[in-house]
Design a protein around this ligand. Structure first.
Ligand SMILES: Nc1ncnc2c1ncn2[C@@H]1O[C@H](COP(=O)(O)OP(=O)(O)OP(=O)(O)O)[C@@H](O)[C@H]1O
Length: 772
């Protein structure tokens, strides 16, 4: 205890408060370098042999082996990739091996540091999953590092959205597998529905090495991954979509300050009721009308085309908020998808039911050892500790960062902010200096691009509509004279080299001042701001950054609405420092809200996870150990014996397994639906000032009692009904039909203020008095 406190105070004196002391790693650097000459003399096969010698012990590495690993890794990278790892990369590697999150700036070479750490784990016989933010990076990094892994004698693979389960299974047998967090999550979810041992895909989790750790562990963690099964096609509610289109904002409906709720006003209720031939929306006789209106209104007023979704190939495609990318197989739940499809007049897709879900926490905490890297970890150090038991190690840059981060420029109106941006870009562009402009969403990126074009400034736009070209566009953003407008997605992943990807024009661009990053409005978190700024000034390059903000920005309006006045310059700029602080304050409020969402996701799911754990353990015994068969042999002894006689033991075991699994899974799906209904109902009780989480527990716990017995009883019944057809047991005839798994849902798991929950909250609000 005393030691712990002392260690903490030492850290506070020596480094950033709350970060890991990296000096013990730095002290090994001389010994590592001392091995360099000798290792250079070795042939490739000898180098590989040195690496494999490291496999003769278990984790963790002792001091001597750690030095050898770093030295061998450095030499292998030099030969295989033509890049000799910098000292700071080796320090990062050692921090990763110790299970920390290494904070390394953009462009410091995290990919290589991470690969060396992954190899370090793999050489000690531990399978590593490198979790990336998206498929593109998973594949790129695995392929990029492959020659290094080959030389170190470890096998690497990657997984992408389009891979079959066959290919996935093989990929997971490699020592090191790169996959996006969602692909991994869905594989885990699908495995939970496997009906045959041989169909399982994901091996026992050992080591998770998480790239862009804050993005994966914090931003993505607000939304659980949800797996849904196909049911029938939904209906397009075109009538409602048309009706809500005629409603007037503010008069007929009002949107809450935070933009997350919409409700009809009394006037709006009258308009709708009249348009629907005098129906009473709140009548107990017809409960279907109000939910229909609410869904259509939600789709109409809160979900914006080119912000929340795009329409491509006649389909509504969701944009992932934290990444600015299109999600291939995602949709909104509970009729909202169909409502948006009706709004956009495109064909309505199938509806489905939620089969299971997993939070990023639950997914990552399955791994006994976790580590990760990112450019922006300290800002979320508390969350990494609270949710993942991870500490941050701050790694100094290889070359000092000389980027000039200018103070925010604040304008009174959006109009003036736009003018200021265009003027500044024109100015900088004259010098040939490349500019990267970060915007908030697709619609804004297009608007900015239009304004620039109108001013004769040609630019390239990168957003969710052309994300396939992302890497190529970002890679060229450092070209002489380039102007690139992007959404959040340009924040990570691809290196921006001055003078273009081949650096042909580097000198001219350096002379002009390097890359100029302009944020067109602050993001909902300072980390996202930092990621954007970090695109400039990599590896000691010159560069600068600035954010151009307005008090009319959503961030400010939604989170720190102010009524006090301000003075402006002739250009509309507000220079009052207290107003600049208001913008910072607005961002902190937004960050606080996001943290609450994260925390709630976790709290609610902890209980669900406990119950799920019970089901999964039971399921495993049914899947691999014929538990279902043994139970049925007791519960329906006579029928069981008859069938064994008729079709043989193996066939009976197969049928018993499938029938039991079906009822377990069916029961779990129903239980999930119960839990989500419960949470929606709690929305109302919350208004009664009781602790919603307590309320949730009070009902969720007894409901689960008897779950396994219920499933067992239903399985026995189905078994009794099953008939023999052509020597096999026809389980379909006994009503056992599994859903086909087709997509994943975009669900915000926050019970009180998200889009989904709030509509459901209102839909549930049937019997209660009208909203004002
Ligand atoms: N030791 C090295 N020597 C020379 N070049 C290196 C070295 N390590 C990495 N690089 C190069 O630096 C560039 C940046 O590497 P990488 O993309 O891994 O950075 P990063 O830290 O992941 O940045 P980001 O935050 O953008 O993801 C790459 O072009 C890579 O080839």
């Amino acid at each position: 205890m005393v030691f712990g406190r002392m260690a903490e105070s030492v850290r506070r004196v020596l480094g950033k408060p709350g970060s890991v002391d990296v000096r013990p790693y730095q002290r090994l650097l001389d010994s590592i370098e001392a091995q360099e000459d000798e290792l250079r003399e070795l042939g490739d096969a000898e180098l590989t042999a040195r690496a494999s010698d490291l496999g003769n012990a278990d984790l963790p590495y002792d001091r001597g082996d750690l030095v050898t690993l770093c030295a061998v890794g450095r030499e292998a990278a030099r030969r295989a990739l033509g890049e000799r790892p910098f000292d700071v990369q080796l320090v990062g590697l050692m921090a990763l091996l110790d299970g920390h999150v290494a904070e390394m700036n953009t462009g410091e070479g995290k990919t290589l540091a991470g690969a060396l750490a992954a190899a370090g784990f793999a050489l000690r016989g531990q399978q590593v999953h490198v979790l990336s933010v998206n498929d593109y990076l998973a594949r790129r990094d695995a392929e990029w590092m492959r020659p290094l892994y080959d030389l170190l004698g470890v096998a690497v693979s990657w997984i992408g959205q389009e891979d079959t389960s066959e290919r996935r299974r093989v990929a997971y047998t490699a020592d090191i597998t790169y996959a996006s967090v969602s692909e991994l999550g869905f594989d885990v979810l699908r495995d939970r529905l496997a009906t045959d041992d041989a169909d399982l895909v994901v091996p026992t989790p050992k080591i998770a090495l998480i790239d862009e750790a804050d993005s994966v562990l914090v931003d993505e963690a607000r939304v659980p991954l949800v797996l849904a099964g196909a049911a029938e096609s939904g209906d397009a509610d075109l009538e409602m979509a048309e009706l809500v289109r005629t409603l007037r904002p503010r008069t007929d409906f009002e949107i809450d300050d935070d933009g997350r709720n919409v409700q009809l006003t009394d006037t709006g209720i009258d308009v709708v009721e009249k348009a629907l031939d005098g129906v009473d929306l709140y009548s107990e006789d017809d409960l279907s009308m109000l939910p229909r209106v609410n869904l259509a209104l939600h789709a109409h007023a809160l979900l914006r085309r080119d912000v929340h979704y795009v329409v491509r190939d006649g389909k509504v495609k969701l944009i992932n908020e934290s990444r600015g990318r299109i999600e291939l197989l995602q949709r909104w739940p509970d009729g909202l998808q169909a409502a948006v499809e009706a709004k956009e007049k495109v064909a309505v897709s199938e509806t489905g039911e939620i089969l299971d879900s997993i939070t990023v926490q639950a997914l990552v905490l399955r791994y006994p050892t976790r580590c990760g890297m990112t450019g922006t970890a300290m800002a979320v150090a508390d969350q990494l500790r609270e949710f993942y038991e991870l500490e941050v190690a701050v790694i100094e840059p290889n070359k000092p960062n000389i980027r000039a981060d200018e103070p925010n420029r604040l304008y009174a109106t959006r109009e003036e902010k736009e003018d200021a941006l265009v003027e500044e870009v024109a100015e900088v562009h004259k010098e040939g200096r490349p500019v990267l402009i970060g915007t908030q969403d697709v619609a804004e990126s297009e608007k900015v691009a239009e304004r620039l074009s109108a001013a004769g400034l040609e630019c390239v736009v990168l957003n969710a509509k052309n994300d396939a070209d992302e890497a190529a566009i970002v890679a060229e953003a450092g070209q002489y004279g380039a102007i690139t407008v992007s959404t959040q997605m340009a924040g990570r992943g691809t290196d921006i080299r001055l003078g273009g990807s081949d650096m042909a024009d580097r000198e001219r661009v350096v002379e002009a001042g390097g890359l100029y990053v302009m944020g067109f409005g602050r993001y909902p978190s300072s980390r996202l701001d930092g990621q954007l700024r970090g695109r400039a000034g990599r590896q000691g390059d010159p560069g600068s950054s600035v954010f151009i903000v307005s008090v009319e920005d959503d961030l400010v309006v939604n989170n720190a609405p102010e009524t006090r006045g301000f003075d402006v310059t002739a250009e509309g700029e507000i220079t009052d420092p207290s107003w600049l602080r208001t913008v910072d304050h607005a961002q902190r409020v937004a960050e606080g809200q996001l943290l609450e969402v994260h925390r709630n996701t976790w709290r609610y799911n902890q209980l669900i996870d406990v119950q799920r754990g019970v089901v999964l353990e039971h399921r495993k015994a049914v899947l691999s150990d014929d538990l279902g068969d043994r139970q049925i042999a007791v519960d329906r002894a006579e029928r069981h014996a008859e069938l064994v006689e008729e079709v043989g033991e193996e066939e009976v075991k197969r049928a018993a397994r499938l029938i039991t699994l079906y009822h377990l899974d069916r029961g779990w799906t129903d239980h999930n639906a119960f839990l989500s209904d419960l949470r929606e109902g709690i929305h109302l009780r919350f208004l009664g000032r009781r602790d919603p989480l307590d309320e949730f527990h009070r009902d969720a716990v007894p409901e689960f009692k008897g779950f396994l017995d219920g499933a067992r009883a239903r399985a026995a019944e189905s078994f009794a009904e099953a008939k023999v057809v052509d020597g096999t047991i026809d389980i379909a005839a006994a009503g056992v039909k599994r859903p086909s798994i087709t997509w994943t849902y975009m669900v915000h798991d926050h019970p009180f203020s998200t889009d989904f929950e709030s509509i459901v909250g209102k839909v549930k609000n049937l019997g209660s008095p009208r909203q004002p």
